[in-house]
Design a protein around this ligand. Structure first.
Ligand code: KG4
Ligand code: ZN
Length: 340
């Protein structure tokens, strides 16, 4: 049997067909980068409308490519219902409900943030639970004590910008295209991470697992402008300055993420760390997490790079709910806010 998973929480329209054994029969992601690029950030209203255009072609594509006969071969339709942008979530949920009615299938509601962590389960026989789950993305920077796929406790997270958001905003400052995380990391590879002294907010505060990235982002702006009041033209900056700033920022952000992951492991006593979300694709982060967990003698699982940014394959988490007959009624609503 198979599950059809739908993902529309932010600005990617995605669907996948996944077997009970967690094999991916088909997966497709339609990005909206060209829609939001000129605004240098996701515009919620435009995101919802773009989902509306893309959702049916994406669903047709994965159903056709998978070769399944939906009424016969599907155990359920799964959809991410929380957290995310309200208009975006509604498009995915409406599509899922319609298919449930048309094909007479049960609905499984997915928590998008837990699904990011579950990306670490794919391709692995043993369960990833219990673990410290860490989601580092454009919308979230959250630490969890994950007891099971459907049982977790929020440990701490960013009190302002998500780490990916900080990457994207700093990328804009130094003249890189949106979304800038990957571009910034490429530029950083050529720079000197010690060139600029940047703050690592809350890193030394061992009383909290909360993080903060907006002060770091502002500090980069001040390095660029001196007082922060002058205007500057990113493209007039020298290549050396841009790469040094990118490298210094990246190291500061990564230090904060790795430091809090270490504190979460120590506080919970858990012996496994599972990391997902777009920023988990960052090479420096992957490398520094490996060094830290090796030092602690803790197991590290990071989502495969192609499953770090939003996708529907991580909707395989639905199988954990299907196994427990944990379905949702067809009048279920979305939950845009982060349910801790
Ligand atoms: O998980 P995701 O697709 O969306 C959310 O659920 O928020 O993450 C997107 C974020 C963006 O901020 C993007 O710049 C960042 O992940 N990102 C990276 C890298 N690749 C993507 N940040 C740093 N280094 C990367 N290699
Ligand atoms: Zn996401």
């Amino acid at each position: 049997m198979n599950v059809l998973a739908i993902e529309t929480t932010c600005d990617e329209t995605a669907a996948a067909v996944i077997t009970r054994e967690r094999h991916v029969l088909a997966s497709a992601v339609a990005s909206q980068e060209e829609v939001h690029e000129r605004f240098q950030g996701v515009v919620p209203e435009l995101a919802a409308r773009a989902h509306l255009e893309r959702i049916v072609p994406i669903l047709r594509k994965v159903v056709t490519e998978s070769g399944i006969q939906p009424t016969r071969d599907l155990a359920a339709i799964a959809v991410a219902t929380e957290p995310g942008l309200p208009g975006s979530l509604l498009v995915g949920l409406a599509a899922a409900k319609a298919l449930c009615v048309a094909w007479d299938k049960p609905l499984v509601a997915i928590n998008h943030v837990q699904a990011h962590i579950y990306a670490c389960q794919l391709g692995r026989a043993e369960s990833i639970f219990p673990c410290v789950g860490f989601v580092v993305s454009g919308g979230h920077t959250n630490l969890y004590h994950c007891h099971a796929a459907n049982r977790w406790k929020y440990l701490g997270g960013t009190i302002d910008d998500a780490v990916g958001e900080a990457f994207d905003k700093v990328a804009v400052m130094i003249g890189l295209p949106y979304p800038g995380g990957l571009h910034l990391s490429r530029l950083a590879a050529e720079g000197d991470a010690t060139a600029f002294a940047l703050p690592r907010p809350l890193l030394k505060d061992r009383s909290t697992l909360n993080m903060s990235f907006s002060g770091l982002k502002t500090a980069v702006r001040y390095k660029l402008t001196g007082t922060g009041k002058q205007d500057f033209r990113a493209l007039e900056l020298s290549e050396e300055l841009r790469s040094n700033l990118a490298a210094s920022f990246q190291q500061a952000a990564v230090d904060c993420v790795v430091g809090k992951a270490e504190l979460a492991l120590k506080q919970t006593g858990l012996r496994r760390l599972c990391v997902g979300g777009g920023v988990a694709a960052n090479d420096l982060l992957r490398q520094d997490l490996a060094t830290m967990t090796e030092r602690l003698g803790v197991e590290l699982l990071i989502a495969p790079k192609d499953l770090c940014t939003d996708n529907a394959v991580m909707g395989a988490i639905a199988w954990e709910k299907i196994d427990q007959q944990d379905y949702s009624p067809l009048d279920i609503d979305i939950h845009p806010g982060l349910l801790r």
